[in-house]
Design a protein around this ligand. Structure first.
Ligand code: SF4
Length: 269
């Protein structure tokens, strides 16, 4: 999968939308409560995070596992033409609503981009490209149109295509392909598990022990990997893994990653 730079967050071109629009609750992930629509106290006047270099040490690890997939800069610069919510406070609610919709559309584009690059999914490429064009066109609509979009319906159409791409890809892999779709695997002991080509779509893998597991070609779209232990695991060619999922997990220098994803800075070794 080649990285589409428009789907990579560019915080310097964003009005700090994730730091204002989204709520968070005081917990192990956030040092304080913050309601939706209220700027985080760490957000600077220039929309930069004042504690960016020390988020984890400061109790804001939740911020390190969020990715807008480039939605923030598009809403800031395209939908709202570079006029921020401080200059135009009346636009803030519409801007935050547009951001929530745009983030989902950009996430779908990121998955479609990956699916188009899967060799086994070649028969689906015309449909995948049409879906990409359709979703891309939606992202260029105005704020009112974005707010009125039936996002669940859009997601459902794209999800079906992604599922087909996944099936085609995993069907070509050797061995038994386990089906753990949506499974409750919280805290599961899966050390050295043979999960090559497994269906882990939407699986709950919170805190699971996946050390040295073989996850090559597994489909992990929407899987919850918070605190999962991926030390030594092989994630080569894993399907639909995102950087936020990876950032939420634990790993080390021996974890094998897809070429398009970065090794999180907080991983050991
Ligand atoms: S701590 Fe920084 S990154 Fe997290 S919400 Fe606040 S300003 Fe944004």
């Amino acid at each position: 999968m080649s990285a589409d730079l428009s789907l990579v967050s560019d915080c310097g071109s964003c009005f700090g939308l994730c730091c204002v629009a989204l709520p968070f609750a005081k917990s192990a992930d956030f040092a304080q409560n913050k309601p939706a629509g209220t700027p985080c106290g760490n957000l600077s006047d220039d929309f930069r995070c004042g504690i960016h270099a020390r988020l984890r040490e400061s109790g804001y690890s939740g911020c390190t596992v969020f990715d807008c997939f480039g939605a923030g800069q598009k809403v800031s610069q395209l939908t709202f033409g570079g006029v921020d919510w401080r200059r135009e406070p009346a636009s803030a609610p519409a801007m935050f609503t547009a951001f929530a919709v745009m983030r989902q559309l950009h996430e779908l584009l990121r998955y479609l981009n990956e699916a188009i690059g899967l060799p086994a999914a070649a028969p689906l490429v015309p449909r995948l490209r049409r879906a990409t064009d359709d979703v891309e066109a939606m992202t260029r609509e105005d704020a009112d149109t974005l707010a009125a979009l039936d996002v669940p319906e859009v997601r459902a159409g794209v999800s079906e295509l992604l599922r087909e791409a996944s099936e085609l890809t995993r069907a070509g892999l050797p061995g038994r392909r386990r089906n753990h779709r949506g499974a409750d695997l919280i805290g599961a002991k899966l050390r050295r598990a043979a999960l090559r080509g497994a269906n882990l779509r939407g699986a709950y893998l919170i805190g699971a022990d996946l050390r040295d597991a073989d996850l090559r070609g597994a489909d992990v779209i929407g899987a919850d990997l918070r605190g999962a232990d991926l030390r030594g695991a092989d994630l080569t060619d894993v399907l639909f893994l995102t950087q936020p999922q990876l950032n939420a997990a634990r790993g080390d220098a021996a974890t094998r990653l897809p070429a398009t994803l970065a090794r999180p800075g907080h991983w050991t070794g």
